[in-house]
Design a protein around this ligand. Structure first.
Ligand code: GDP
Length: 414
């Protein structure tokens, strides 16, 4: 069993403390659970069942990586959320997670905007060229200002931040967004905790702003795509939603554009639409270049493509203890495939060890899986001698993955 890498996302959530990372992560787990059930059963009642269960239990994320499923435009995505510590004291850990993830949701508070740790984490993400989406949270709070945060991202972080939405209503009355790509207004439904939304006409008093910001969006995206630029000058109305999304994805992948969306995770608004954009715009493991390393025997530089047919290569990025399954080693697999119960070579220790089980961690359970393939993230049980940063690989094709180079902590921003 190997998954289609096109439908895998390895993402982290980065934020200054208090911007709402915990709340947003919990909502992601919640919505993904409901969305997954809906995708399985095609019955609305699954939503309420799942909601009742989860309300009783409460969902929290305690794992270094948690896997959720998300149905988007007819495809089921496998999303691994890698824990990305917010506090500046954990810069090394942030580096470690940035090394293994493919894309970031960068959270800002709509009231506080760009804060010192946003700045530190943004620079670290720049070092690793991690494509990202900006999520401006807390839109329900007094003083919330989405466009002011977009401006700060441009001015303080020097990135081409481009709004994909404009909020409908503000503060207490924040209830929806206009999607500037398809010119559609939506309002989240309160009765199912914002799981679904209702389409609404663009409010009259927003028509001018929407037209103006949509034009800016099209122009920004078109400037990274020649054929779109021609259309933009000929007849902007002939540009389709798919064309914008495809060109935007390219610009996001090469870090030219940071798309910005908004919501209030606390009020169950906007997390779902943000997740849709994660599937649409952030890279899959297949979009990554081949990972580089050296052959420990010859010192020759080698690389591994994100393909299950390549020799196995994975990086151990976190060792943790789970009360139910014991010592877990979280790995990011770059190439090849690893079977539970097999032997795997560690290029640091020059030893082979038998791994007993492989798990994918979910919000409410550990799911044993028979194997783990290129592009995926999971937790392995059975190692006796393992350290974070170790490369696990095929003994006949050994590789030491580029060691995690930790830039000096950024001092003086706080
Ligand atoms: P973290 O430190 O980034 O993990 O932030 P938390 O998720 O713990 O949130 C910090 C505080 O902000 C908590 O009191 C949350 O209830 C609150 N909060 C989070 N998201 C929102 C939001 O969208 N709106 C409002 N009004 N409060 C929020």
């Amino acid at each position: 069993m190997s998954r289609d890498l096109k439908y895998t996302r390895n993402i982290g959530i980065a934020a200054h403390i208090d911007a709402g990372k915990t709340t947003t992560t919990e909502r992601i787990l919640y919505y993904a659970g409901v969305n997954h059930k809906l995708g399985e059963t095609h019955e609305g009642s699954a939503t309420t069942d799942w909601m009742a269960q989860e309300q009783e239990r409460g969902i929290t994320i305690t794992s270094a990586a948690v896997t959720v499923f998300w149905n988007y435009r007819g495809n089921k995505y496998n999303v691994n959320i890698i824990d990305t510590p917010g506090h500046v004291d954990f810069t090394v850990e942030v580096n470690r997670s940035l090394r293994v993830l493919d894309g970031l949701v960068f959270l800002f508070s709509a009231v506080d905007g760009v804060e010192p740790q946003s700045e530190t984490n943004w620079r670290l993400a720049d070092n690793y060229k991690v494509p990202r989406i900006g999520f401006v949270n807390k839109m329900d709070r007094s003083g919330a200002d989405f466009l002011a945060v977009v401006k700060q991202v441009k001015e303080m972080l020097g990135s081409e931040a481009v709004p994909l939405q404009l909020p409908i209503g503000a503060e207490d009355n924040f209830k929806g967004v206009v999607d500037l790509i398809n010119n559609r207004g939506i309002v989240w439904n309160e009765e199912d905790k914002g799981m679904t939304f209702t389409e609404v006409p663009i409010p009259d008093d927003m028509l001018d702003d929407v037209a103006q910001w949509r034009e800016k969006l099209l122009e920004s995206v078109a400037s990274y795509d020649e054929s779109l630029m021609e259309k933009f000058f000929d007849d902007p109305n002939s540009i389709t939603e798919r064309e914008v999304l495809d060109a935007l994805r390219k610009a996001v992948l090469d870090n030219s554009i940071v798309p910005m969306v908004c919501g209030s995770s606390f009020k169950n608004k906007g997390v779902q639409t943000m997740l849709d954009f994660v599937m649409e715009l952030l890279p899959s493991p297949m979009d990554q270049e081949a990972v580089k390393g050296t052959n420990p025997r010859t010192e020759e530089e080698i690389s591994r493509k994100p393909d299950v047919k390549e020799p196995f290569a994975a990086l151990a990025f976190k060792i943790a203890t789970d009360p139910f399954v014991g010592r877990l080693c979280f790995i990011r697999v770059y190439s090849g495939n690893l079977e539970a119960g097999s032997y795997v070579y560690n290029s640091r220790s020059d030893n082979k060890e038998r791994i007993s089980r492989i798990f994918q961690m979910h919000a409410n359970k550990q799911n044993p899986i028979p194997n783990i393939g290129a592009g995926d993230i999971g937790a392995v049980v059975g190692f006796k001698d393992i350290k974070t940063g170790d490369t696990l690989c095929d003994e006949k094709n050994p590789i030491v993955l580029e060691s995690m180079v930790f830039p000096e902590p950024v001092i003086g921003l706080a």
